[in-house]
Design a protein around this ligand. Structure first.
Ligand code: SAJ
Length: 449
């Protein structure tokens, strides 16, 4: 059974079965959240490793907040499978939480949305009006463009066999204060009744605001521009971080002063912008604007600024080592942190990668230490250090990720292990004055040399 006239009442007392397709950073916490809210849950993932780990009550994602909340084997109302065909016929609502990455030529990759949609729709019982909700970040129009042709091809009828809706995930890895149960949601659906029914369902999941915002495209657009705005704001401070040192002014002093104004939004310059959201979602908006022939110059320019930061920083590091008379051809850089974000172990789109590659292209040796990443694919040539005490003979230590473990390092001990005592704060989080006093030569993004 899917949509029925008393759907909202069924949602309110948890007597619906919710399917989640894709048990990653977003899908697994979402499945757990609905289970904790009293619903029967079917979780599906194509990865046998993921399904096996979840079935054993283990966390297959890199997000430490999920570590202790995976239901243990034998838990009631908790079904995990690699097969959508097994799960979907049991579900009233199916949420699709699969990746929406970009291709190497920066185009949106909708193949996961397409494949998951096909798996779900071909398993739907005729006449069930099963509600299928896309949560992955896309651009306006994708849900309809990608799924309606499949629905038609399979001879399903909207309003009889299936309903589709869009409810963007707003998940923030490593930030338990904004987990799936504490985050506001918006719902887009061409059928307002179904939209309001989903409001009742998601209101059981999260304690924050849930609202029906109209047709699919409104909700799709809201999510993508949330991250476009963030990318543009970060690009502004990164551009200022290149201007102000040339004026012999520290950008952080300027930003802190400006932040005393009531509606100034404070962002921090860094070695670059990583992750599976912020550096990716703008390309979805750029593509959609291009589809309809409207220029997206600001969005495109912001992406270019943020993408240029790793190579800009690599040039600054090379100059710093040259000025410190580090032997040319034998310069050695130690990257503290590799993950795109503090307190998570996620290398996706990390700026550490282009930073390392640019340095190595200059003949500079690169090593990295990140206690949050125990597997990770590192580019050819990067030396991975598992114990910071083994990091000896480097010329500059670069803070790439503001992990607590990096901030709380024994910096005096590390100083003793360096060949040249240079440190570069790539996230503007270190106490440079105290490091300077203990013998480091300190530098930072946006700080005059
Ligand atoms: N970054 C900066 N300067 C800043 C903020 C971030 O350089 O002032 C960099 C980070 O180092 C990182 C990248 O940008 O490399 C992205 O950081 P992020 O804090 O935006 O973290 P994400 O990518 O996990 O973004 C998620 C997003 N959540 C969803 O899409 C549901 C985003 O919308 C959230 O605003 C963000 O978390 C958050 O608030 O932390």
């Amino acid at each position: 059974m899917g949509w029925v006239s008393n759907f909202a009442d069924l949602a309110k007392d948890g007597s619906l079965t919710v399917g989640i397709i894709g048990l990653g950073y977003v899908g697994l916490p979402t499945a757990i959240g609905f289970h904790d809210a009293g619903f029967t849950v079917w979780g599906v993932d194509v990865s046998q490793r993921t399904v096996d780990m979840v079935l054993q009550g283990k966390n297959p994602t890199g997000d430490p907040d999920v570590d202790d909340i995976v239901p243990q084997p034998g838990t009631e109302r908790w079904h995990i499978s690699t097969s959508a065909a097994e799960a979907v016929p049991n579900c009233d609502v199916v949420l699709v939480t699969v990746p929406t990455p970009i291709t190497h030529d920066l185009k949106p990759d909708l193949s996961y949305v397409e494949a998951a949609g096909r798996d779900v729709f071909k398993s739907i019982t005729k006449g069930s009006r099963t509600i299928v909700v896309l949560e992955s970040t896309v651009y306006p129009g994708v849900t309809a463009q990608t799924w309606l042709p499949i629905i038609e091809e399979l001879g399903l009828v909207i309003g009889e066999d299936v309903e589709i809706a869009y409810c963007p995930e707003r998940f923030n890895p490593g930030d338990s204060a904004h987990g799936v149960r504490q985050v506001a949601r918006v719902i887009g659906c061409s059928n307002p009744e179904v939209g309001e029914g989903l409001v009742a369902l998601y209101s059981k999941l999260t304690s924050e605001d849930v609202r029906y915002v109209g047709k699919l495209e409104v909700a799709e657009a809201a999510k993508v521009i949330e991250n476009v705005q963030r990318d543009i704001n970060i690009a502004l401070v990164n551009e200022l971080a290149r201007i102000f040192p040339a004026l012999d002014v520290d950008v952080e002093d300027v930003l802190s002063a400006a932040a005393t104004k009531w509606n100034f939004h404070r962002y921090t310059p860094g070695v670059g912008v990583g992750g599976h959201c912020i550096p990716v979602d703008p390309y979805y908006m750029i593509q959609r604007a291009a589809d309809v022939g409207v220029p997206a110059g600001l969005i495109t320019a912001a992406r270019a600024v943020n993408r240029s930061m790793p190579s800009h920083v690599a040039g600054v590091l090379s100059d710093l080592m040259w000025n410190a008379e580090v032997p040319a051809g034998d310069a050695r850089v130690l990257l503290l942190g590799w993950s795109y974000k503090a307190e998570v172990g996620d290398p996706r789109e990390t700026p550490a990668e282009p930073l390392a590659e640019t340095l190595m292209s200059k003949g500079i040796k690169v090593a990295t230490w990140d206690p949050h990443i125990d597997f990770g694919e590192y580019p050819e040539g990067v030396e991975v250090i598992s114990n910071i005490e083994d990091a000896k003979g480097y010329d500059i230590a670069v803070l790439v990720t503001a992990h607590k473990a990096c901030l709380n390092l024994d910096w005096n001990k590390l100083l003793g292990q360096m060949r040249t005592p240079l440190v570069y704060d790539g996230r503007r989080v270190l106490d440079l004055d105290s490091l300077q006093k203990s013998g480091w030569q300190t530098y930072a993004v946006g700080k005059p040399v």
